[in-house]
Design a protein around this ligand. Structure first.
Ligand code: NAD
Ligand code: TYD
Length: 361
């Protein structure tokens, strides 16, 4: 196959490129990424890919890539992805998530559906947040749950899902969509809960818990998300959507307490960590949990997400390969072993964001 991966320098896209290179070494992989604050070329260091720096809204660039590189499979990750940012500045979300996706669809239609058409697949990566929020006893999100997005982020992802669907029904574009729950793992930008709290704990900074911390997310290790996408591309029915989830519904406070206990255990087991991170509570003999701080809740904060993954599991044989405990332990090890990666992120554009947003909380 010849893949064009949009957003391949972001968290999930980079993990997908690593995953694909390992599992499908004979395939060609071209990455298209605009390297926004969330994109990092270093996340692809040492991986054999053809990297193109550019915007998904550049329709002629995308048309040229599809044609000249003879691409048959487009895997679309590129997006503005952080709910808090979408609350502060929704415009970028409309631009990239809606207009950007539409621009890709137009380019794909022009190149792939011209004349008698060429075999192709447009796989769109989306989120469970398009379904809105669940009460404690509600059934988990299935593919037939009505869309009810609550944040500018999820609303723009929902709009992009609808456009992808419409290009299939109206023009016959060969599309699939996956809607996944919260991911965690290597290369995740430290604005999302797990890497933010981990890096804050290592620096002895407050861990800002929104509201009562009882919001529930269904956590999935990023490699298990990549496995789900791989199965959908290989065996998924064209025009269908597939929910991907971890079956690991956890309250934020549970995740945070797990993280604090794991950091404390790591410092107890390895005395060199106290020398590397002298400001950490764990380096001073205090529990990391002492850094927990309640802050104002996120406006419109969704209470609970949960995925019913029976469709992908029954139809495509999907099953996550690791529990949250295993995936989280591996993630902590990765962040401790890859300080240079996250330091370069923190020292770059992220530092300005922390200065304006983190201190204001
Ligand atoms: P991310 O923010 O880490 O990365 C996004 C990438 O897209 C970055 O490399 C960025 O440079 C690139 N990008 C942004 N705008 C672009 C543009 N206009 N043109 C080209 N590139 C652009 O995001 P992520 O967490 O890796 O999420 C990837 C996809 O998966 C998104 O579509 C997101 O909605 C979806 N998703 C994420 C999660 C999650 O837990 N993170 C869960 C389910 C679905
Ligand atoms: P996040 O990682 O931003 O993902 P999403 O909003 O897409 O689910 O947040 C995960 C949960 O953690 C969510 O309920 C918000 C909460 N949260 C905090 O309590 N404090 C924080 O600083 C962050 C970033 C998130």
């Amino acid at each position: 196959m010849k893949l064009l991966v949009t957003g391949g320098a972001g968290f999930i896209g980079a993990n997908f490129v690593h995953y694909w290179r390992d599992r499908h070494p004979g395939d060609t992989v071209v990455v298209l990424d605009a390297l926004t604050y969330a994109g990092n070329r270093a996340s692809l260091a040492g991986v054999d890919v053809d990297f193109v720096s550019g915007d998904i809204r550049d329709e002629s660039l995308v048309e040229g890539l599809l044609r000249e590189r003879d691409i048959d499979t487009l895997v679309h990750f590129a997006a503005e992805s952080h709910v808090d940012r979408s609350i502060h500045g929704p415009d970028a979300f409309v631009d990239t998530n809606i207009l950007g996706t539409h621009s890709l669809l137009k380019a794909a239609r022009t190149v792939w559906l011209k004349g008698s058409g060429t075999p192709h697949r447009f796989h769109h990566v989306s989120t469970d947040e398009v379904y809105g929020t669940l009460a404690a006893n509600d059934a988990a999100f299935s593919e037939s749950t009505p869309y009810a997005p609550n944040s500018p982020y999820s609303a723009t992802k929902a709009a992009s899902d609808h456009l992808v669907r419409a290009y299939h029904h109206t023009y016959g574009l060969q599309v699939t969509t996956s809607n996944c729950s919260n991911n965690y793992g290597p290369y995740q930008f430290p604005e999302k809960l797990i890497p933010l709290f981990l890096i804050n704990a290592l620096h002895g900074r407050a861990l800002p818990i929104y509201g009562d911390g009882q919001q529930i997310r269904d956590w999935l290790h990023v490699e298990d998300h990549c496995l789900g996408i791989d199965l959908v591309i290989a065996k998924g029915r064209v025009g269908e959507t597939y929910n991907v989830g971890g079956g690991a519904e956890l309250a934020n406070l549970t995740v945070i307490d797990t993280l604090c206990a794991a950091v404390d255990a790591a410092f107890a087991a390895d005395p060199s960590l106290a020398a590397r991170f002298p400001d950490a509570a764990a380096a001073k003999g205090a529990p990391s949990a002492s850094l927990k701080t309640t802050v104002a809740d996120r406006p419109g904060h969704d209470r609970r997400y949960a995925i019913d993954a029976r469709k992908i599991s029954d139809e495509l044989g999907y099953a996550p390969q690791r529990s949250f405990a295993q995936g989280f332990a591996a993630t902590l090890d990765w962040y401790l072993a890859n300080e240079a990666w996250w330091r370069s992120v923190i020292d770059g554009s992220y530092r300005d964001w922390v200065a304006t947003n983190y201190s204001a909380r």
